[in-house]
Design a protein around this ligand. Structure first.
Ligand SMILES: C[S@@+](CC[C@H](N)C(=O)[O-])C[C@H]1O[C@@H](n2cnc3c(N)ncnc32)[C@H](O)[C@@H]1O
Length: 269
């Protein structure tokens, strides 16, 4: 058996367990979402503008709140995720809310075997890159699904964050990808740290140059790149909420990059 297959299977099981907790968590607040709350953030909303009528592919969509939020804004949205529990819930929400999004359950690397067509927008966000061992292969999938002239947008937690131990007291992990995965036994989840679940998870740290380099290698053209000193989500330890409502690590307020975004366009020829 290929080693990488084991890693994906471990992560699929971990995300299935997390989904069971996330669907009832205050963090994801599914009730407000059902009542019409849009789960997207200013970064991606500003970057992608009016998506009405656009074909939008959402990679690693979890249980689909963001995919369905794009659908509510008029996009013809398709979400993809490795976790079968997450995709089952996404499809339920889609049906319950009378939306017309589609969902595919597969490894992002296998998507060309599961989905046809090309998209105006390929979107992926917040907590996605670290589950992928090979960013060159990831960028190939993105360019495969982008129409010429189409836009790729990534909003992600900054790799500087992943260098620290869980309590942000010391640097524990390398900034650069050392090739080998980080295999950890974990309990709870960022949406509920006390949740009674335990699992093995497998991740990789990818530097900014590795992410952007893989996309440039596919001849995508960089349109915009941002680094932000706060997180929209309170999903780290030792955080403080600023007057703007966003989250920073106590003691590192406005000293540490916490999110970044990359907007790229596929050339017309
Ligand atoms: C933190 S969530 C990101 C979604 C979004 N920010 C959210 O919170 O709803 C990460 C998602 O990536 C998915 N994932 C991890 N590895 C994957 C892979 N190889 N292919 C497809 N999806 C994957 C997980 O199942 C999980 O749903």
């Amino acid at each position: 058996m290929e080693t990488s297959v084991d890693y994906f299977e471990l992560n699929r099981q971990a995300w299935n367990l997390r989904t069971g907790v996330h669907k009832d968590s205050a963090f994801y607040d599914v009730d407000s979402f059902k009542q019409g709350k849009n789960s997207l953030n200013p970064l991606e909303l500003d970057a992608l503008g009016d998506v009405k009528g656009k074909k939008l592919l959402h990679l690693q969509c979890h249980f689909g709140q963001d995919t369905l939020s794009w659908a509510r804004l008029g996009a013809k949205a398709t979400g993809v995720d490795l976790s079968d529990e997450a995709i089952t819930l996404a499809r339920q929400l889609n049906e319950e809310l009378g939306l017309d999004a589609e969902f595919v359950c597969c490894n992002v690397y296998d998507l060309p075997q599961h989905l046809k067509g090309q998209f105006d927008v390929v979107f992926t966000s917040y907590g996605v890159i670290g589950w992928l061992p090979d960013l060159d292969k990831w960028a190939q999938v993105i360019t495969h699904f982008l129409k010429p002239g189409g836009t790729f947008f990534l909003a992600e937690f900054h790799p500087a964050i992943w260098m620290f131990d869980n309590s942000f007291t010391r640097v524990e992990y390398p900034y650069f990808n050392t090739g080998g995965p980080i295999v950890e036994e974990s309990t709870g989840t960022y949406a509920d740290t006390e949740a009674p679940i335990s699992y093995t998870e497998v991740s990789w740290n990818h530097s900014l140059s590795e992410v952007i380099g893989a996309l440039l290698q596919q001849k995508l053209q960089l349109v915009d790149f941002q680094e932000l000193p706060y997180s929209y989500y309170n999903c780290f330890a030792n955080t403080a909420q600023g007057p703007d409502g966003f989250w920073r690590i106590k003691g590192f307020e406005d000293k540490l990059p916490m999110m970044y975004s990359v907007k790229m366009v596929k050339p017309l020829s």
